[in-house]
Design a protein around this ligand. Structure first.
Ligand code: SF4
Length: 734
């Protein structure tokens, strides 16, 4: 017994008087934890817990999941539809019919005046898949704008683009179970313990059992880097150089898998010719990793019986994010590390249902990884939905980041924002503000009425959130899991699916297109459309998903009819030679010349600005900023600053500092730490009017994803600390 222990008060856990536990999947990140929400005798959600027999989380939840039941009655929820003629006027309460008629009329007015694509629709990675599918049908089949995208462009479009370029289709090939088989793990720009804590626990448990080397590539000493065997503190924006150098060594030393390359890939000669230029000595001068380390990492990775790579925003949010993903895929392909236990390139997804929108929203094409550019896909979908094939555009329209530039340029006049908040999440806030101010009409559909973007709305539609709704979500490892409605939306708020179906009635007066009313029916319709495709879900239904605590795709009707149960643990794709999604079944090895086009520190702005996430907060804090137990850890923005830089600038711990970039300035509290080098500060991106006042957000040419992580700033000491504290608090009014 510990000294004095007997004199302490015993720890008591408050009895929440739970009488029933209800099932859902967590609505924050893409890990896909199964969760149960405890209801008290009044039917009020009062507790959350992990589901013990769920493959993904095995009873665990992170800090966000544990308090997720507090979302339902958090502050700022919208309870009634509202309208106004101009965004600088006061809101007026209205009814649903008036609000939806207004949205319909404004879409058609703007399209008639400025053309069909002058009205844009931007959704999210937060809704349920059946909602994405219905919105896609409404947008592609009836409204007819090609400028339709999701906020997933800000986090996942580089992964999507890279997978498509390498494998011919989106779709992560691996699964979490790969941690239990791998012989080497490289984590590129991924801080699992904070961003995906439960995936980290899966990885850490496997690593402790089997002792595989963990190699972390990150300019910052993240929590994951602290646990790594090797930490490569790369110069920001130079990942492709390191990847090319690793491949240079692998080819030079004959460590590649020639059999796999011959059987599964095209383009090896061009790739070899390109990486030949990246000898470790030359590469070290650009990427900042010494030549010996490059050689050791290349050998460790290539000699492992199975080796895997994971990555997150450190790769995706870059001017060459798509190339970075292709580089990871190149490394995996030349060493035969795709589709085998422990050998994969696994993009760790961001939002809870970013995968669902990739699969079914029709943002980047048509449902089920079909392309607008492929005539057979257009014909198939037109027939299935009973719409005119010619109504579909023949190629994809603008991505989200380009839509704002088109608004700024006056080409887009109307905007429907659904569960997304560009005023907080897009880089260069001042520019987004100018773009929003120019709109003739904007509607915001969101579960919160007080988002920063609602400032510019003419109509506000109150939506349900998370488990106030019915449907499914797909996680990082292609596992589809069930979310069941366990609360009803507050006041007159409605599930997003209800809103889309009521809008469909207005655009579908002749009743030509069928819009099923329930999520269960919609899921079965999606199942029919998925038959024979990569993401085949035709063997699944809602009941099966709940029973199994999620099922990975593919799971086909044939498997179900043969009585084959969905496998426990993990399932991979591209497991057999020649099954990639290009017509010849082969993956592409793509040479990646390095183009140094980022903003880099200079005399005037000498410090790298690195942005990222904290464990307690979710994206723009729209949710977690209102949950006391999450918000209290970081109620205001702070920067990690190297103690030597802080001393040089005369900055003490806890003082407010001003950061200045070419776009604007922002105030945050200084936290000196050795986690960042002397020429870098790290700023969490969650806070409105902070990180994105500074970020430049140059766009990747393939994915149009912004480079949030490579900007240059200078740091200034603030003389009047009281005024700075006041300003920091005022800026937190959202
Ligand atoms: Fe939810 Fe992600 Fe946390 Fe799991 S790890 S509880 S999915 S936020």
């Amino acid at each position: 017994m510990l000294f004095g222990r007997t004199q302490k008060n015993p720890i008591t856990i408050a009895d929440k008087q739970v009488v029933d536990w209800k099932y859902a999947a967590c609505g924050y990140c893409s890990t896909g934890c199964s969760i149960e929400v405890g209801m008290n005798a009044d039917g009020k959600p009062v507790a959350s817990r992990g589901v013990a027999d769920a493959d993904v989380n095995r009873g665990k939840l992170c800090l966000k999941g544990i308090f997720e039941h507090e979302l339902f009655d958090s502050a700022g929820r919208g309870t009634v539809p509202k309208m106004r003629n101009h965004w600088n006027q006061e809101w007026q309460r209205t009814d649903w019919d008036t609000a939806l008629d207004k949205l319909h009329d404004e879409v058609r007015r703007i399209q008639a005046k400025h053309g069909p694509d002058s009205f844009a629709i931007i959704s999210t990675g937060q809704m349920l898949t059946e909602e994405f599918y219905t919105l896609g049908k409404l947008t592609r089949g009836l409204i007819g704008t090609n400028n339709y995208d999701g906020n997933t462009t800000l986090c996942m479009s580089s992964a999507v683009s890279g997978y498509k370029r390498s494998f011919g289709s989106d779709g992560p090939p691996g699964c979490y179970e790969d941690f239990e088989h791998t012989g080497c793990l490289i984590a590129w720009g991924s801080n699992l313990p904070e961003q995906h804590p439960i995936i980290y626990w899966r990885m850490k448990e496997a690593q402790e059992k089997r002792g595989f080397p963990l190699i972390v590539v990150d300019p910052r000493v993240t929590m994951l880097a602290q646990n790594a065997n090797m930490h490569l503190t790369i110069t920001p924006g130079t990942d492709v150089v390191l990847m090319n150098a690793l491949m240079h060594v692998i080819f030079k030393e004959g460590l590649h898998d020639q059999r796999y390359i011959d059987a599964n890939t095209n383009g090896v000669e061009a790739l070899r010719a390109e990486v030949e230029k990246y000898d470790p000595v030359t590469a070290a001068k650009i990427c900042g990793i010494d030549e010996d380390t490059i050689r050791v990492v290349a050998r460790t990775f290539a000699k492992a019986p199975a080796a895997m790579q994971i990555w997150t925003m450190g790769i995706n949010q870059s001017t060459h994010g798509s190339d970075g993903v292709v580089g990871i895929n190149n490394l995996a392909l030349i060493t035969g590390n795709i589709g085998k236990p422990g050998g994969t390139s696994l993009s760790i997804t961001g939002q809870c249902n970013a995968m669902g929108t990739r699969e079914w929203s029709s943002c980047s094409g048509l449902p089920g990884f079909r392309y607008l550019e492929v005539p057979e896909h257009r014909a198939e979908m037109a027939k299935f939905w009973n719409v005119d094939e010619e109504f579909f555009p023949k190629k994809r329209g603008m991505l989200q980041t380009d839509i704002y530039q088109a608004m700024e340029a006056g080409q887009i006049k109307g905007l429907w924002l659904i569960a997304t908040n560009p005023m907080s999440s897009l880089p260069n806030t001042a520019r987004i503000r100018r773009a929003m101010e120019q709109l003739e009409f904007c509607v915001v559909q969101d579960c919160y009425q007080d988002t920063e973007s609602a400032q510019y709305a003419h109509v506000y539609l109150p939506a349900g959130t998370w488990a106030e709704k019915d449907g499914v979500m797909t996680n990082t490892e292609r596992r589809i899991n069930r979310v069941k409605p366990l609360a009803i939306p507050p006041g007159e708020a409605k599930p997003d699916l209800w809103v889309f179906n009521r809008m469909a009635e207005r655009f579908n007066k002749a009743g030509k297109v069928n819009f099923p009313e329930t999520a269960g029916e919609i899921f079965l319709e999606m199942g029919q459309l998925s038959k024979g495709r990569l993401a085949d879900i035709s063997g699944m239904d809602h009941a099966l998903l709940e029973k199994n605590r999620g099922v990975q795709w593919p799971y086909t009707a044939e498997q179900r009819d043969k009585g084959e149960v969905p496998p426990k643990g993990g399932k991979r794709i591209y497991t057999v030679d020649g099954t990639f999604s290009y017509p010849d079944g082969r993956a592409k090895l793509i040479p990646l010349p390095f183009i140094d086009n980022n903003e880099v520190p200079d005399e005037k702005f000498p410090i790298w600005l690195n942005t990222g996430r904290l464990i307690e907060h979710w994206h723009g804090r729209t949710k977690t900023g209102k949950i006391g137990n999450n918000n209290k850890y970081s109620p205001i923005p702070f920067i990690e600053i190297n103690p030597d830089l802080a001393a040089q600038l005369g900055i003490q711990r806890g003082e407010y500092v001003r950061m200045v970039s070419r776009r604007g300035d922002a105030v945050a509290m200084a936290q000196p730490t050795q986690r960042v080098p002397k020429n870098m500060v790290f700023l969490p991106f969650h806070f409105h009017d902070c990180a994105n006042r500074l970020t430049l957000g140059l766009l990747d040419p393939h994915s149009r994803q912004p480079a949030y992580k490579q900007s240059a700033v200078r740091i200034e000491k603030i003389a009047d600390q009281v005024a700075a504290a006041k300003l920091s608090m005022e800026m937190r009014k959202f």
